[in-house]
Design a protein around this ligand. Structure first.
Ligand SMILES: Nc1ncnc2c1ncn2[C@@H]1O[C@H](COP(=O)(O)OP(=O)(O)OP(=O)(O)O)[C@@H](O)[C@H]1O
Ligand SMILES: [Mg+2]
Length: 323
């Protein structure tokens, strides 16, 4: 349950900056140095963190992830350090072990560290310096034997400048920095990623093997990938279902990948409300077309509930789409 799932081999790349990052990462796996991984959402920060653990001497220990943005502020401290029985109202009998204790002997990934509240940042810094901590409401000192990996999808240095992140903690974490470039800055990776991921996905989804045509690859290369590799994977997964033969063609890609220069911002004569509505109408029409008329699949693709899709169709009087 607390094992790392990926190794460095799973990080697919032929981009020189990425290969250099992988080299640096491999060289420091054997050390205990703290690592800071930065990159936009979907660039592979978690992948790197898994690989760090899996190829380290700590691989037999646990690999524990703590998402600092997903846990309510008030609970974060007890999640990290655990608590003793009676530490606060609602505390479990017998107390609770925290993520640091769980990760002892292994690795902890402090995901989205930029969201950590400032008071907890101070406590974390003290713990990192003293290499000891105690549970909330307890006084037994516990030795910290954990490799710390922090990740962040904003620029932590900017957070320091804005005053939302402690400078001293930033320096403490920033021993080895892995700055993963966004996918649009490594177009040379797109074809390799696409072909490799399509083969792997086909196996996982038990579909017939398929390849990506060079025309489809060209389209993929011209998209700017705000969701990075995660977005690419989702586009390919969808294309695998749409392609009837063993090749993925441009028509199997969502329309927004194929269209260029039709972003709402290129139509300044419209009001914001008009633009939002137009974007919504276009997206609905496209999704229904891409889903071969199935509103259930279209709603899933748009990540909205089916009933809200029906409501929008009615709101915009898209009569051609009404049943
Ligand atoms: N270089 C790569 N090779 C293969 N798969 C990759 C690569 N980079 C990312 N992926 C895949 O893309 C998806 C997103 O990666 P990951 O979860 O590591 O992103 P992240 O940077 O942690 O994103 P977020 O900030 O949203 O948490 C995963 O399925 C991961 O396996
Ligand atoms: Mg992540």
């Amino acid at each position: 349950m607390y094992e790392a799932r990926y190794s460095f081999e799973d990080i697919i790349t032929q981009n020189s900056i990425m290969m250099e990052l992988k080299d640096i990462a491999k060289r420091v796996t054997k050390t205990n140095s703290t690592v800071l991984i930065q990159g936009e959402s979907g660039t592979g920060k978690e992948l790197f963190a898994h690989a760090f653990h899996k190829e380290s001497l700590r691989r037999h220990g646990n690999f524990v992830t703590l998402n600092c943005a997903a846990i309510p502020k008030e609970l974060l401290e007890s999640e990290v350090f655990g608590y003793e029985e009676g530490a606060f109202t609602g505390a479990k009998r017998g107390g609770k072990i925290g993520k640091f204790e769980l990760a002892n002997g292994g690795t902890i990934l402090l995901d989205e560290i930029g969201s950590m509240p400032i008071n907890l940042q101070s406590k974390l810094l003290r713990v990192l310096e003293s290499r000891e901590f105690e549970r909330v409401g307890g006084n037994k000192r516990i030795k910290l034997d954990v490799r710390i990996i922090a990740s962040c999808n904003e620029n932590l240095e900017l957070s320091v400048q804005k005053g939302t992140f402690r400078r001293d903690l930033y320096y403490r974490l920033n021993v080895i920095k892995i700055d993963i470039p966004p996918l649009r800055e490594r177009i040379d990776d797109i074809e390799l990623l696409a072909q490799t991921m399509v083969s792997k996905l086909a196996i996982d989804l038990q579909l017939t093997p398929k390849t990506v045509s060079s025309e489809a690859c060209d389209r993929l290369k011209s998209h700017n990938w705000p969701g990075n590799v995660r977005e690419l994977r989702n586009v390919l997964e969808r294309a695998l279902y749409f392609a009837t033969y063993n090749i993925i063609l441009p028509e199997h890609l969502p329309e927004y990948i194929n269209e260029k220069g039709t972003t709402p911002s290129s139509q300044p004569s419209l009001t914001l409300k008009d633009m939002v509505e137009k974007t919504e109408i276009d997206a609905i029409k496209r999704a229904i077309r891409d889903a071969n008329g199935s509103k259930t699949i279209a709603a899933e693709m748009l990540d909205i509930h089916r009933t809200s899709l029906y409501k929008k169709i009615e709101k915009y009087k898209l009569t051609e789409l009404m049943d």
